[in-house]
Design a protein around this ligand. Structure first.
Ligand code: NAD
Ligand code: MG
Length: 391
């Protein structure tokens, strides 16, 4: 078996840690090329030493000396700042895992595609912001994108050996997040702590809060549209509180193929790392007799306005994706900082989308510059929204 060189963008995050865990368990199969992280220098250096990576890079230029010191004597190179991050994505590797959170994952993701390699993509925001650009860049350079988001990995697996033309619908499951059973009138007073605990999955704080608001599911619907190129009318969401079925694909003959497994991201990550092979992955095996029953219910759009907004974004495309994503990222910053209530996140995003949709920039082509511009406009509008509310 040939050894695969793997780069992990966002190695110190939740997706990154799970990837490091899988790679550390299979040293015959994988070797680490570049690892990137943020402010957690101690952890980044530790990962680089454990995996004997070629280089470790922090996104923050002021932390270069700290990283160098933490790596001293190891022979591992250190890098810092945006250019170093892009260089890490360009360093030849068989597989690049993108576990960066937010729109910041787009530029390194594009660089990774340019080397014509395989990008295992957890960073759904890059597809939401620039799906057509990511897909065309992949095609132009003979690169492949493998989904790492559990739902999209599930759909991808259900499609093996199938023609996309045979697909009637894709059903993305949702746990419903922390507040699925709360009375609607209590949502406005939900605290940060309450929003930061997920009923089934152990993930980074931002995606966990996005699960409570279902902004995460909104991003995933758009991700489905962009990745599989399917008509949004054929994409459905269903609440499935157990989080054991990750997605279903419905075919034109009426068959539904469901992907079933425990809520452990190491499955989807491991599938991408080993693709097209299937090798042992240390996730728990489901005991269906113990599971007993699986439940489903339709999502309530009053509880989850983000789902309605996702439909609008999928219909508009162009800059709707980056505006939606950036407004959502700022709304989340404001909620985490205690500046707005939980329910105000959707109100803010809806207002920002409405205010920018009349601007001609909203209909611009999906280029990196236009996406950056739309992203900036939306962040400014999100901050302006805050000051208007305060008066
Ligand atoms: P996280 O917050 O745990 O980790 C994010 C990583 O990105 C960290 O290594 C951090 O240092 C790095 N990072 C943050 N900001 C950066 C910036 N501006 N520039 C460069 N690096 C930066 O996030 P996570 O939960 O692991 O999620 C990562 C991505 O994977 C997100 O897009 C998320 O939606 C997606 N995802 C996560 C899970 C999960 O289980 N956590 C599941 C499915 C999809
Ligand atoms: Mg997901």
């Amino acid at each position: 078996m040939t050894q695969r060189g793997v780069t992990i963008l966002g190695a110190t995050g939740s997706i990154g840690e799970n990837t490091v865990d899988l790679i550390a368990r299979a040293p015959d199969r994988f070797r680490a090329v570049a690892l990137t992280g943020g402010r957690n220098i101690a952890r980044l250096a530790e990962q680089a030493r454990v995996l004997n990576a070629e280089i470790a890079v922090t996104a923050f230029p002021d932390l270069l000396d700290d990283l160098r010191a933490a790596l001293s004597g190891s022979g591992i190179e250190a890098g810092a700042g945006e250019a170093a991050l892009l260089e890490a994505a360009e360093r030849p590797a068989d597989l690049i895992v993108s576990g960066i959170v937010g729109a910041a994952g787009l530029p390194p993701g594009l660089r990774a595609l340019r080397q014509g390699t395989t990008l295992a993509l957890a960073n759904k925001e890059s597809l939401v912001c620039a799906g057509p650009l990511m897909m065309s860049e992949a095609a132009a350079h003979g690169a492949r994108i493998l989904p790492v988001d559990s739902e999209h990995s599930a759909v991808f697996q259900a499609l093996v050996g199938e023609e996309v033309s045979a697909v009637e619908r894709i059903i993305i499951t949702a746990s419903g997040g922390a507040f699925r059973d709360w009375p609607l009138e209590s949502l406005a007073s939900a605290t940060l702590e309450e929003a930061s605990s997920h009923p089934n999955w152990d993930m980074g704080q931002r995606i966990t809060i996005d699960s409570a608001s279902m902004f995460n599911k909104a991003l995933e619907l758009i991700e489905t549209r962009e990745f599989f190129g399917i008509d949004p009318a054929r994409i459905e969401t269903i609440i499935h509180p157990e989080s054991l079925i990750h997605a279903l694909v419905g075919f034109r003959d009426g068959a539904l193929m469901a992907h079933v497994g425990p809520p452990d991201m190491r499955h989807a990550i491991g599938y991408a790392l080993n693709w097209p092979d299937r090798l042992d992955i240390p996730v728990a095996r489901l005991d269906l007799a113990q599971v007993g029953s699986l439940n489903f219910r339709a999502p309530c759009e009053q509880r989850y306005p983000a789902l309605r907004l996702a439909r609008e974004v999928m219909a508009a495309r162009a800059m709707a994706g980056p505006v939606f994503n950036a407004a959502k990222e700022r709304a989340l910053d404001h909620f985490i900082a205690g500046r707005i209530r939980f329910t105000e996140m959707a109100a803010l995003v809806e207002d920002v989308l409405a205010s920018i949709s009349s601007d001609s920039a909203f209909r611009a082509d999906v280029t990196l510059d236009n996406v950056r511009n739309a992203d900036q406009m939306a962040r400014q509008a999100a901050d302006a929204w805050l000051s208007v509310q305060a008066h």
